[in-house]
Design a protein around this ligand. Structure first.
Ligand SMILES: [Zn+2]
Length: 462
């Protein structure tokens, strides 16, 4: 069943510096051969998929996803979240531990493994909590979590404020050879801010979330990485200052890394003032739109789908994130897929929860803002979704090396499509990108040789 020949595609495997037209032979869920002679090695009866004109790459990995189980199944489940991941081209996702209860003990990790084995259509890896109940007061049993199979620890959604506690967490993480990831937010600076602190927060009368509220913790993490020698990964970085801090720390050889999400390098805080304001200010030229474009996407002011944590920043911050991705300061792309129910988002901006869905749009937005604008080559962009997260999490994935798990994504970087609520697989619909004309799409997602998702119009019956 899980044997397949992908014939005639452009195979891009950044881990092996491979970029050429080739066949990919999958036998029994593993990559068996790659090259123009791969077809000759295939069993006669093997299923063949013609992928001429398409890109074949290692299955994409998203290391920052909220699947909401256990306890928040009204927002998303492992079934719906992994279905959305498959549609987006992702073969592996890492679920965040801020569930109910939090993933802060081996029992909850085992529960997720069970649910994922039964309902997941892509690989689900688990991030454990740094502190018990993500309360920031007492360390979680980090050794037991590692034994239970977590691939990293983070208090994502929250941030450990006590620096001494964070230092101990780093020391344990290092001892157990477990990556530690941090949602960087200084509570005393951010207080109850709901959007980026700047011109637009003033104009809209919303409480500000200053850039320094993120940078303070990025700087803290860099200092603690230097003190302990432990690697710290900074999650969803959103400000120019964070990128600069990370760039300088890396220059000094410190063990730090960072990730960026498409919403932060596509939109800005002006979007919270409504589409007219956005397209005539920071949005000018983004995806070829401006205030006079007929087909430009429209949305009202105070749209709560534009409320996320960290918030949309200024145009200067957006540019700095893209520069950081281009020069390698930020090595990983991810979604921070954060589903919420309609009734939770259909309230005043102040009261809405933070977050937007992203699994189904992150590849397109990244291709549009980074590849189609020539900021990043295709192989470099794919590396940020494959080999880079695999390296951070020490996964034997993110590559098409012979013998590797046959997790493969087939994508068309030039495909025009529109993100439609009716065809979305996520249980939630808190995305600001419905109705947007997008460019670039996964057309087949293959997990261990099995088709987790196929764009029916494209490859059916081949
Ligand atoms: Zn977060």
């Amino acid at each position: 069943m899980n044997s397949l020949l992908l014939a005639g595609g452009r195979v891009i495997d950044p881990a092996n510096h491979f970029d050429a037209t080739a066949d990919v032979l999958i036998v029994d869920g593993k990559v068996a051969a790659i090259g123009l002679d791969a077809a000759a090695k295939a069993p006669a009866e093997i299923e063949r998929m013609d992928v001429k004109g398409l890109v074949v790459c290692p299955g994409l990995i998203d290391l920052h996803v909220h699947l909401r189980e256990p306890g928040q199944g009204a927002k998303e489940t492992i079934a719906t979240g992994t279905a959305a991941a498959a549609r987006g081209g992702f073969t592996t996702v890492v679920c965040m531990p801020n569930t109910s209860p939090a993933i802060d003990n081996p029992g909850t990790v085992a529960l997720i493994d069970e649910l994922a084995a039964e309902h997941g259509v892509v690989n689900v890896l688990v991030a454990g909590a740094i502190t018990k109940n993500i309360a920031g007061e007492e360390l979680a049993p980090i050794g037991s979590l590692k034994k239970a199979g977590v691939v990293a620890i983070t208090d994502d959604g929250h941030c450990v404020q006590n620096h001494e506690l964070m230092r101990r967490a780093l020391e344990y993480a290092r001892m157990f050879d477990l990556p530690i990831m941090d949602h960087c937010q200084d509570y005393s600076l951010v207080t109850d801010g709901v959007m980026h602190e700047g011109y637009w927060s003033m104009a809209l009368g919303l409480r500000g979330w200053p850039a320094a509220g993120e940078e303070m913790i990025v700087a803290r993490n860099i200092l603690l990485a230097e003190l302990t020698g432990a690697h710290v990964h900074c999650q969803h970085l959103s400000t120019a200052g964070s990128v600069q801090l990370l760039r300088e720390a890396k220059k000094r050889g410190l063990p730090v890394s960072g990730e960026a999400c498409p919403h932060h390098f596509t939109l800005t805080d002006a979007a919270v003032a409504g589409s007219e304001k956005f397209w005539s200010a920071d949005g000018k030229g983004v995806f070829g739109f401006d205030a006079s474009s007929q087909e430009r996407p429209c949305w009202p002011a105070y749209d709560t789908n534009l409320k996320m944590n960290p918030p949309l920043r200024s145009a200067r911050d957006r540019e700095a994130i893209m520069e950081g991705l281009a020069d390698g300061t930020l090595e990983i792309l991810c979604s921070d897929h954060a589903p919420h129910c309609d009734y939770e988002k259909e309230v005043e901006f102040d009261y809405a929860p933070f977050g937007l869905t992203g699994l189904e749009t992150e590849l397109a937005l990244s291709l549009m803002q980074l590849y189609h604008t020539k900021r990043l080559g295709l192989a470099d962009l794919i590396a940020k979704f494959t080999v880079a997260p695999a390296r951070l999490l020490r996964l034997a994935k993110g590559t098409l090396s012979v013998g590797a798990d046959a997790d493969v994504t087939v994508l068309d970087p030039n495909r025009d499509w529109v993100f439609d609520k009716a065809t979305s697989a996520s249980k939630s619909s808190n995305s600001p990108f419905y109705g947007w004309p997008l460019k670039g799409k996964a057309v087949a997602t293959i997990v261990a040789g099995n088709k987790a998702w196929i764009e029916q119009t494209e490859l059916a019956g081949v």
